[in-house]
Design a protein around this ligand. Structure first.
Ligand code: NAP
Length: 324
């Protein structure tokens, strides 16, 4: 089968489309015929081996795992002997390692049945970004109906899901994005949209019960100032300085007064995939897809994502000769 493989860390030029052996599922795994995948910033961090600290886990000089791609949607081709919830032919979506390939194995507990109303491309756009939005808002941000929620970086993969998930909880949502994304932010349900090229929300005097930084670009002190008295700041991602501040200063700042600040790592699980499936099937959440690339162009897809201005999700579409 064809798969995207990399043997050294570096720019997208290190990615090669090679013929490799089709995998066999382990006892708790499902073999998926990949119909679509999507790219996430995690993929280019793994490709570059940056920040360097991640190499302690991924391999100091070369990547231990030569395959990339987390988000997947496709058809079940075979199942391991302990798998009870899926059978060959089922259409599924979820997370795995090595989704940029014609076939991939995924753990049963990181998959759910694909929402019936979604294409494979739309379903592949969901797992990492939407679960990050959901867990950031619900688990870390303790979102409640009527909360004033601000999503910073509202137009990217995580942000477009965060706006819609926050609305589904009954929050009053303010989206922060650049001029060209203002209309999209409104169309996905934002009650208010702030164009960050014209207005700095951290200096407006407006206070929020919950700020989710899908893409943090302000200092942690600016975010803190924009919180209401018992407000919570949750950082999903952003620039290096913002990430360091969130990891080192957020726990300390949370000790002073009643405002809370934190960062987190999302954990893909079946329960949340099923919850998202319901939101997608009822139309409360709709994946926003910016661009589509074929498997052979994963390098171009990652190059585009790395520029940092994707409008929603970037998807990889797989063509199989014998489509079933
Ligand atoms: N914690 C976790 O478990 C977890 C999981 C997934 C992702 N992440 C992290 O979350 C971050 C976002 O991921 P993503 O998939 O949403 O990335 P993405 O799709 O690449 O984000 C691109 C978006 O960021 C916006 N942006 C760029 N500069 C901005 C600024 N100054 N202010 C506001 N928005 C700005 C862009 O909007 P404009 O074009 O309008 O500027 C663009 O729409 C990344 O750092 C990623 O590594 C963390």
């Amino acid at each position: 089968m064809k798969a995207i493989v990399y043997h050294n860390y570096g720019s997208p030029d290190v990615l090669k489309c090679e013929e490799i052996e089709k995998p066999t599922p382990g006892d708790d795994e499902v073999l998926i015929k990949v119909r679509a995948a999507s790219v996430n910033p995690l993929d280019w961090h793994l490709m570059r081996g940056k920040p360097y600290i991640i190499r302690a886990m991924t391999g100091l000089r070369k990547p231990k795992d030569t395959r990339l791609g987390r988000d997947v949607a496709g058809q079940v081709e075979a199942v391991g002997r302990n798998v009870t919830q899926f059978k060959p032919g089922d259409e599924v979506f979820g997370a795995c390692r090595g989704a940029f390939a014609e076939y991939v194995c995924a753990a049963e507990d990181k998959l759910a049945l694909k929402p019936a109303n979604l294409s494979f491309e739309e379903a592949a756009a969901v797992p990492v970004a939407a679960i990050t939005a959901l867990q950031g808002l619900r688990d870390k941000g303790r979102i409640q109906r009527g909360h004033k929620v601000l999503v910073d970086g509202a137009s990217g993969g995580v942000g477009t899901f965060a706006v819609q998930v926050a609305k589904s909880f009954g929050a009053e949502v303010t989206a922060v994005c650049s001029t060209r994304n203002v209309d999209t932010a409104r169309s996905i349900g934002a009650d208010r949209v702030i164009d960050y090229t014209r207005e700095d929300f951290t200096h407006s005097g407006q206070r929020y019960d919950l700020i989710l930084a899908a893409n943090a670009h302000h200092s942690i002190f600016d975010y803190r100032r924009a919180l209401s008295q018992d407000g919570i700041y949750v950082m999903a991602g952003g620039g290096w300085a913002q990430m360091l501040q969130a990891m080192l200063l957020a726990p300390l700042l949370s000790l002073i007064g009643s405002k809370k600040m934190c960062s987190f790592l999302a954990k893909i699980n079946k329960k949340d995939l099923v919850l998202l499936k319901d939101l997608l099937e009822t139309g409360k959440v709709v994946p926003i897809i910016d661009r589509r690339y074929p498997l052979s162009a994963v390098a171009e897809a990652l190059r585009y994502l790395e520029e940092g201005h994707a409008q929603g999700k970037v998807v990889i579409t797989l063509e199989h000769k014998n489509k079933t």
